[in-house]
Write a protein that binds this ligand. Sequence first.
Ligand SMILES: Nc1ncnc2c1ncn2[C@@H]1O[C@H](COP(=O)(O)OP(=O)(O)OP(=O)(O)O)[C@@H](O)[C@H]1O
Ligand SMILES: [Mg+2]
Length: 384
Amino acid sequence: MSLVRAHAKKVKPMLQVRLNVSSNSVAPSPAPRPLMEYLQRNPRDEDQYSILSGTDKGTQSIRSIPETPGGTRGPDPLMNHTLCPEDIITIKKLGEGSAGTVSKIKHVPTGFIMARKHVRCDPNPDFQKLLLRELKTLDRCHSPWIVTFYGAYMDDDELAICMEYCEGGSMEAVYKRVAEKGQTISENILGKISEAVLNGLVYLHKMHHVMHRDLKPSNIVVTMDGRIKLCDFGVSGDLVNSLAETFVGTSYYMAPERIQGGKYPVQSDVWSLGLTIVEIAQMKNPFPKNLAAFELLHYIVNQPVPSLPEDEPWSQDFRDFLNQCFIKDFRKRPTPEQIMKHPFIEESSKRTEAEVEMQSWVQNVWDFMSPTAQTPRILESLQR
Ligand SMILES: Nc1ncnc2c1ncn2[C@@H]1O[C@H](COP(=O)(O)OP(=O)(O)OP(=O)(O)O)[C@@H](O)[C@H]1O
Ligand SMILES: [Mg+2]
């Protein structure tokens, strides 16, 4: 997220300290925690936040108050409860990334199901200030193309971020499953995925002046009714990575300008979108295997851009869309808003739900069947 990137350089020296501390495997002594202090000082924030602190269970948390009827948020599924670890049970682990673990959880008082990301939380005061600001931005996002944020709380030294659970999982999980079944993903589906991602990017940029910065198949999730959403911009991915600076796992999706100079224009997300879509279409990462980190960076900057095999029946519009995403000079590459006008996206947006059945597609991928049908394997796990 831009806010964080803008500060990344400032906090870098303190980060080194953190890395040294954690590598010693000695628990850092309790340092001042702006996040906690802020929560305690400001029982109610300036706008729509209810920042609840010092509950009987001694937990600090941030929770947004749902808007009044007629607002854009709708009813509060957590019914004004404070989020705290004691009220939450973990149903299953969904996956693990560089920043922490994501689990499917249930908020016991309301029965509401969510996804929770645990992020190792640095006691460094600068880090915590950024974190709080990022959380507020997450909380201000209300879009069908962005995973809903429900709240966050401190769980020991970890920040627990609670968000909408998307039962269809990530696009990475989806394409791996499709490949396993020996199937392919159609161009119309890829069009709908691209369209949704671009809508999300434009929303973030226009409404919140932020970029995604970590766009990749594992950060695009889908609901069982076929709605595609972005997650992991800001707090859970980029903040941690920008501070750690040692992490190279996302480099596959980095635009050349990021590798070369650290600049992050809005067009960098478009490069990452191109790579993401090629990867989903081909159901594998488009770069040569076994490249060392520095070789990969060199490859992205100097070698020809990824493309779809010539002998496969992809349309010219689709190929051209990807070529636009892969313009190496970011000044010539379109912004998310500009590339939404590309014929590949414009044609996709004209296709109705009846023409491109995203819901049936995702349900078929996971063999999700109606309760009356046979072998509802996934259904069972969803109902737990
Ligand atoms: N809201 C969600 N609903 C359902 N599944 C989710 C949700 N958020 C994340 N996941 C799943 O959890 C997995 C782990 O996510 P996480 O963000 O920790 O790592 P990642 O995106 O795979 O990798 P990285 O750390 O490199 O960003 C993802 O692959 C995704 O399948
Ligand atoms: Mg992620």
